[in-house]
Design a protein around this ligand. Structure first.
Ligand code: A3P
Length: 286
């Protein structure tokens, strides 16, 4: 494994395991189509969940792709090395995911009618999920103690930078009816209703029966058992499942098991400071 775990591209920190200068340039020159659908997330906010939901919503609930194609090949990351290898295999309407901030989306995206589903998650739970992911993923820097990692997260010294910058960039994007905001928490609370929102946004016109079938397939338990979605093909050398699973807990509020009252005060005060220009109703967790 390369000793250089991260590179910076236009100020954005990314891991060299999945990204290269070429893959980021490829993303910049990627010809976005009008029918493309992007699920945009800050890492650990529900990306692989959307890689499961989107193909099913777009194809009327046919389970074939989610049971036969690995998640990163069926709904690839825009910025990752893999996209160039598999792009010709994608069928329209294409679904992609990205962690890029709005400012780094390719020019063709802005000229297109491509739709975006932006998934946000309570940043305290994002931090906890990310902490365990940094422990198990050998291609990420060791997170240190939870307290140390909290500091890194708040300062944006983690891949894809500050949570606040990412969310602000997409919340202020003027995309009109091309963008749907959805939260991880509402998906946990009522997955069929969330899938209905996504389906209506994409004009998929799915029956209640199909929505139910998709929700069952996309439950945490079902995805954990799906070898096309649970990263079981990745060697323990890269993702050490003895330390943590990629599909780890899948719950809301795990932060309560990790934050002391002092840490909570520190976290909330930084968030408030950085979000003060924004409408607070956009940030339901702070
Ligand atoms: P936890 O570590 O809190 O369990 P991402 O895909 O953006 O990296 O996000 C990973 C997080 O989403 C993990 O959170 C993972 O368990 C959770 N997740 C993935 N699929 C899920 C599902 N079907 N239901 C609930 N949570 C899910």
């Amino acid at each position: 494994m390369s000793s250089l775990k991260y590179i910076q591209y236009q100020g954005l920190l990314v891991s060299t395991a999945a990204h290269s200068w070429e893959s980021l340039e490829y993303a910049q020159n990627f010809p976005v189509q009008h029918t493309d659908v992007f699920a945009v997330t800050y890492p650990k906010s529900g990306t692989v969940w959307m890689q499961e939901i989107l193909p099913l919503v777009l194809n009327g609930g046919d389970l074939t792709p989610v049971l036969t194609i690995r998640n990163h090949d069926r709904v690839p990351w825009l910025e990752c090395k893999q996209l160039a290898e598999i792009v010709d295999r994608l069928t329209s309407p294409r679904a992609l995911v990205t962690h890029l901030p709005y400012s780094l989306m390719p020019p063709s995206f802005h000229a297109s009618k491509a739709k975006v589903i932006y998934v946000t998650r309570d940043p305290k739970d994002v931090l906890v999920s990310s902490y365990y992911f940094h422990q198990m993923a050998a291609f990420l820097e060791d997170p240190g103690t939870f307290d140390e990692f909290l500091g890194k997260f708040l300062e944006g010294r983690v891949p894809f930078g500050k949570w606040t910058e990412h969310v602000k960039s997409w919340k202020s994007a003027e995309l009109g009816d091309r963008i749907l905001f959805i939260t991880y928490e509402e998906m946990v609370q009522d997955l069929p209703a969330s899938i209905r929102r996504i389906s209506d946004f994409l004009g998929s016109n799915l029956s209640d029966e199909v929505i139910q079938k998709i929700a069952e397939h996309c439950s945490f338990r079902s995805m954990k058992d799906n070898d096309m979605s649970n990263f079981s093909h990745v060697s323990n050398q890269y993702m050490d499942t003895n330390k943590s699973s990629f599909l780890r807990k899948g719950i809301v509020g795990d932060w309560k098991n990790h934050f002391s009252s002092e840490k909570l005060v520190r976290f909330v005060s930084v968030m408030n400071q950085e979000l003060k220009e924004e409408s607070s109703c956009l940030f339901v967790w702070i």
